[in-house]
Ligand binder design. Structure first.
Ligand code: F3S
Length: 394
């Protein structure tokens, strides 16, 4: 791989140990994937922030880099294991909280913006079309490549941090046009609206074509919220880092000759598959993290009601702040629902606390079941609010 003089010096340690270690990671990755060179990046989003993922080994690694490492570009974090300001209300124990805080402190020491969210594009980490970035969270990667038209591979936590500390990433994969082009045309013959149905569509397509980039036709319109739900789902069930939606997403691509069809029956079946037979005791909205518009809608639905089940609304803290300024947080909290910033129903250590999660997110269903062993029910936001207010049977 070709390195500039400056990059070679970074690799030799002239900019300190953290930069040296980071360059070693990036050069090794570049060589594995036959990258011709490194490119400058506009921003970074780092996943693997929860102490439950990192453990003490990860914590030690971060502390070592924090001794002399400083990020060179705007860098935000994926959700952590708890709300950093509201752990007690969400039932997170003190020992975990102490370790999680140490993780966050190391990132802060390196100059990382310690807002922990999987929707960084709602809080100012929103790269321009065709700019190169290094993001980790799979739903954010799908949104970044497909909806924003910026370019990122799905980075692991260490490679994203290495990019943050150097301002570089190896030029391969999603950074190159040929890998971004659609490979399969997907003709949708079903009516798709609302976040939960877009999630079901992502599951059907992901199950069928795995991680091949899709060129999707038949969708008349899609809101930002529906696209974030769809991208999270297609990345979860198929592993795709990019998709194209005719008339909706901005990237140009040749239209593939291979095609498949998605029917209404397949969407209905996907929804059935994500509907276990269980009594809901936990409701969560905000996978990926809520937009202000979603919070506005939830406030409208919850106004004057009382929830009788644990109800989390997960969002980036700056979005909650905007909601607070508009009086929405008070309406929601008066109804008994809780905000969970910096975290979510999947990364928080809540296994065993609940049995049946209801959510509008197909991704939330997948990981809620896989990681926290919940039974799950997917449904619309309106039905979630209804469910949260419904007395438990028996
Ligand atoms: Fe975000 Fe957690 Fe869902 S990180 S995409 S809310 S599983």
């Amino acid at each position: 791989m070709q390195l500039t003089n400056e990059e070679r010096e970074m690799l030799e340690g002239k900019q300190g140990n953290a930069v040296k270690k980071s360059m070693e990671i990036l050069v090794a990755l570049g060589e594995i994937y036959n990258a011709e060179k490194l490119v400058d990046i506009a921003s970074v989003q780092i996943a693997g922030v929860s102490y439950s993922n990192l453990g003490d080994a990860g914590l030690g690694y971060l502390a070592e880099l924090a001794k002399d490492g400083k990020v060179k570009v705007l860098t935000t974090l994926n959700p952590a294991g708890m709300d950093l300001e509201n752990r007690e209300a969400l039932g997170i124990d003190e020992e975990f909280a102490k370790k999680q805080k140490m993780v966050i402190d190391s990132f802060a020491q390196m100059g990382v913006t310690v807002t922990c969210t999987c929707t960084p594009y709602f809080i100012g980490n929103k790269p321009e079309q065709d700019s190169h970035v290094a993001w980790s969270e799979s739903s954010a990667v799908a949104y970044c490549n497909s909806v924003l038209g910026a370019r990122t591979n799905r980075e692991g936590g260490p490679s994203a941090l290495a990019s943050a500390l150097t301002g570089k990433t190896p030029l391969y994969g999603m950074h190159l046009d040929e890998n971004r082009n659609a490979k399969v045309k997907v003709i949708v013959e079903a009516e798709i609206k609302d976040t939960f149905r877009f999630g079901a569509l992502g599951k059907v397509i992901g199950d069928k074509i795995k991680n091949k980039p899709a060129y999707i036709t038949g969708i008349k319109e899609a809101s930002v919220e529906e696209l974030k739900s769809f991208g999270a789902s297609i990345a979860t069930y198929g592993g795709a880092a990019i998709y194209h939606m005719e008339g909706i997403t901005p990237n140009k691509t040749p239209i593939p000759t291979e095609s498949i069809t998605v029917t209404q029956e397949e969407i209905d079946n996907a929804i059935k598959e994500l509907t276990d037979d269980c009594e809901v005791d936990f409701v969560s909205v905000g996978c990926p993290h809520c937009s202000l518009k979603e919070i506005e809608y939830l406030a409208k639905l919850l106004e004057g009601k009382k929830v009788v089940k644990e109800f989390w609304i997960t969002a980036a803290r700056p979005i909650k702040k905007q909601a607070e300024e508009k009086g929405l947080v008070k309406i929601i909290e008066d109804a008994g629902a809780k905000f969970a910033c910096d975290t979510c129903c999947v990364v928080a250590p809540i296994k065993g606390r609940f049995e049946c999660l209801a959510t509008d997110s197909a991704k939330g269903c997948y990981y809620g079941a896989a990681k926290n062993k919940f039974k799950v029910k997917i449904m619309s936001i309106e039905n979630l609010v209804e469910e949260a207010c419904k007395e438990v049977k028996g």
